[in-house]
Write a protein that binds this ligand. Structure first.
Ligand code: AMP
Ligand code: MN
Ligand code: MN
Length: 346
């Protein structure tokens, strides 16, 4: 679930980009249709940024406003109390040709699944993101690789639009910020991140309740499933140029046996990456018989986004993912083969 930003070099949006984005919203006709889209398998940053921004647009008087993401319209349980969920529609109910489409936390068009056509049918396509690998696929791109979360970019745009932060907006942006900074533990946790958190908390949102719901609550079946999956973790000390790899996998059968939904597995990587003896950690999650969603993390010796990109995915330097094929062993073998090429020069 956690998603540390790269801390990689790269510049954020220029004044012309901000001005274009502000104009794209301010100049909307009164009856405009606005479609918000976040990435497939949405995490806290994707949903929190999108819904927080959506509530900001609502404050500005945008009435025809919908939010969606590709794939089954199932919101993971940790996010089912987010303010603004009433904006969400299944992807088939997204506006076919909105005046404005805004994309959240998606590094590339492929993360928009079947909704990618809206980039062409929309009057204007605005991209809000913080992945260094972002392909600038919008007409207007607010992409800041130094931002800890997409919600940092979303909050700045809301401020430039004159939106007043309220508790509803703030909760989404706060969930996004805590998700992608690992609750203010990762390197991207700058003074500006804490200043943003302070502005969000000043609206009266309750960080204890929010964190318990988003990070510290799971069904008993998931607790037992995690136990099983953790028990089968493997440590390979010689992998990644001797920096070590720890990995485990979870199958559809594991989920069925414990009567759990796939999204419960998103938190697993946080337990696996604790392993002291490994720089790189990896969880391979079965999504179809021969298809696996892969989460990778690094503590600094390896650029896992390079591994992910080489294998068809993407992400940040220290948190990345891709879709793997074949058996779990095949997927791990493909990672092992890429790790040595992705070592970061000391
Ligand atoms: P996760 O391990 O799912 O928390 O994802 C970590 C990072 O990798 C996030 O920044 C994602 O955007 C990125 N990522 C994960 N899976 C993919 C994928 N299949 N394609 C592109 N990027 C991905
Ligand atoms: Mn994300
Ligand atoms: Mn993010």
């Amino acid at each position: 679930m956690t998603d540390p930003a790269a801390g990689a070099a790269g510049t954020g949006p220029g004044e012309a980009d901000w001005a274009a984005a502000v104009a794209a919203v301010r100049d909307l006709p009164a009856d405009a249709q606005v479609q918000l889209i976040c990435h497939v398998n949405p995490d806290g940053d994707a949903l929190g940024s999108m819904l927080g921004f959506g509530l900001g647009l609502r404050q500005l008087g945008v009435r025809q406003l919908r939010a969606t993401f590709p794939g089954p319209p199932e919101v993971p349980e940790p996010f089912r109390a987010l303010p603004g969920l009433d904006l969400l529609v299944p992807e088939e109910d997204a506006y076919p040709a909105p005046d404005l489409v805004v994309c959240f936390d998606a590094a590339s068009e492929s993360r928009l699944g079947g909704l990618v056509d809206r980039l062409a049918t929309a009057g204007t396509a605005l991209v809000l993101d913080h992945h260094a690998s972002n392909t600038r696929f919008g007409g207007i791109n607010l992409v800041d690789p130094r931002a800890a979360a997409t919600s940092v970019v979303a909050e700045e745009l809301l401020a430039r639009l004159g939106v007043r932060l309220d508790a509803g907006i703030a909760e989404g942006l706060y969930v996004a910020l805590t998700t992608d900074t690992g609750s203010f533990r990762f390197e991207a946790t700058t003074p500006a991140v804490h200043e943003l958190a302070a502005r969000l908390l000043a609206t009266g949102i309750r960080p204890g309740d929010i964190s318990r719901r988003v990070f510290d609550t799971r069904p008993f079946g998931a607790v037992r499933l995690f136990g099983e999956v953790m028990c089968r973790a493997r440590l390979e000390p010689t992998a990644a140029g001797g920096n070590g790899l720890v990995w485990t996998y979870a199958t559809l059968d594991d989920l069925a046996r414990h009567d759990q939904r796939p999204y419960v597995l998103e938190a697993l990587i946080d337990s696996v990456r604790c392993t002291a003896e490994a720089d790189v950690s990896c969880v391979v999650k079965q999504v179809r018989p021969d298809e696996w969603a892969v989460s990778m993390r690094s503590k600094g010796a390896v650029d896992v986004s390079r591994v992910a990109v080489a294998l068809g995915g993407g992400g940040h330097t220290f948190a990345a993912g891709f879709t793997g094929r074949g058996s779990a062993d095949d997927v791990v073998a493909s990672i092992r083969a890429e790790l040595d090429k992705a070592l970061i020069e000391a």
